[in-house]
Design a protein around this ligand. Structure first.
Ligand code: SF4
Length: 365
């Protein structure tokens, strides 16, 4: 592969102008796990959403922007936030020079991986959602994937309809948020896998699907970040990190979002043996128990709808759970019974303590 001759400012002058030490890094904990599988992944991190003043995530939701990975791990440190902001400035300030610099770094990274006996892979949207396949540069107007046709690139995206592989060597995983669930089925049909953030890894469900029927096997996406190795038609279960652990928008699922009605019997039996796990309360004189809590109103309504279509009563209750030391507004779903929760209800925190006093009912309907 021939490097493209750069016109205008030299590398040194560009470095001084944009003050960017490097575009790519390998410091992500999860990508480092990939080395066990023989891959070395480099990630490009920009300042997500529009926190730099320029929007790099056109389809970001309120929940994902607030909970973005930019707030987990090293992403919280001022020096890292600053470096990401500078790269974003460079990207918007001189696109051609940025792409040429990226290409140089990719070439060096490939050599580095090969020296270490590893296969190089690249994730250009570490904390952004840019359609890199559309960015043509250089005198021959090719995109970055066309310049490295034998190298595997991959990304997560919230932009619907980008297709499984906009380029043969660029694999994309659709990333579910609280406002794009309606595109999940289509993404699966197009051959993309779908990433879903759950609150606790220990509670990753076996299967997940949005409202409306279809469900797919959930795989543990935290084992590594090598999404191009995942089996097709999989839901990639990720555990919430950083601010996502305090999400109440519905971006993070506190449970599967699918109520496994058949399993309710099992929990009813368990609750009968162990009354301490009951979290029941009276609503309109009838005993109800919570089966889902700390979710957005939209999520609660979906759950209630599922219960109602399976012939059960459901009540949605606004409550104020304490999350991350702060009182938040969220919704819980109650249904008549004496069981504690479903496998997919994931209300352990609320049910493990006497919830009646701690969750004041503001309104129920
Ligand atoms: S989660 Fe993705 S789309 Fe949302 S703000 Fe972060 S990088 Fe952007």
């Amino acid at each position: 592969m021939m490097a493209i001759e750069r016109k205008g400012l030299s590398n040194k002058e560009l470095d001084e102008k944009w003050n960017v030490k490097s575009l790519l890094g390998t410091s992500n904990f999860k990508t480092q796990k990939g080395e066990k599988y023989g891959y070395r992944t480099w990630i490009l991190h920009l300042a997500p959403a529009n926190i730099s003043g320029n929007n790099v995530c056109p389809s970001a939701s309120i929940g994902c922007a607030a909970a973005c990975l930019n707030t987990s791990g090293l992403g919280c440190q001022p020096s890292v936030i600053n470096a990401r902001a500078k790269r974003t400035e460079f990207y918007f300030g001189d696109r051609e020079a940025f792409m040429l610099r990226l290409e140089d770094e990719i070439r060096k990274a490939i050599a580095n991986a090969e020296r270490a006996g590893l296969t190089p892979t690249f994730r250009l949207n570490g904390t952004s959602d840019i359609k890199w396949e559309k960015i043509m540069y250089g005198p021959d107007k090719k995109n970055i994937f066309q310049r490295f046709p034998n190298i595997q690139f991959y990304d997560y995206t919230k932009i619907p309809n980008r297709g499984k592989k906009p380029e043969p060597n660029y694999q994309i995983v659709f990333s579910r948020s609280e406002d794009n669930e309606r595109f999940v089925k289509k993404a699966m049909e197009q051959g993309q896998n779908v990433a879903v953030v759950f609150d606790k890894k220990s509670e990753l469900p076996n299967k997940w699907g949005p409202q409306g029927g279809m469900i797919w096997n959930v795989i543990d996406g935290d084992r590594n970040d090598l999404r191009f190795l995942d089996p097709p038609k999989s839901v990639v279960g990720l555990s919430a990190k950083g601010r996502a652990t305090r999400d109440t928008t519905g971006f993070v699922l506190y449970g599967t979002g699918v109520i496994d009605v058949d399993n309710l019997k099992e929990y009813r039996k368990r609750a009968q043996k162990d009354p301490s796990i009951l979290g029941q309360r009276k609503i309109d004189g009838e005993k109800f128990v919570p089966i889902q809590s700390k979710v957005s109103r939209a999520s609660a309504e979906r759950t209630a709808e599922l219960l109602r279509t399976s012939g059960r009563k459901a009540r949605i209750v606004e409550h104020k759970p304490t999350v991350g030391g702060k009182s938040r507004k969220a919704w819980a779903v109650y249904t008549p019974g004496v069981y504690a929760r479903t496998k997919s209800g994931a209300t352990v925190g609320l049910l493990s303590r006497p919830s009646r006093k701690r969750i004041p009912t503001v309104r129920s309907y």
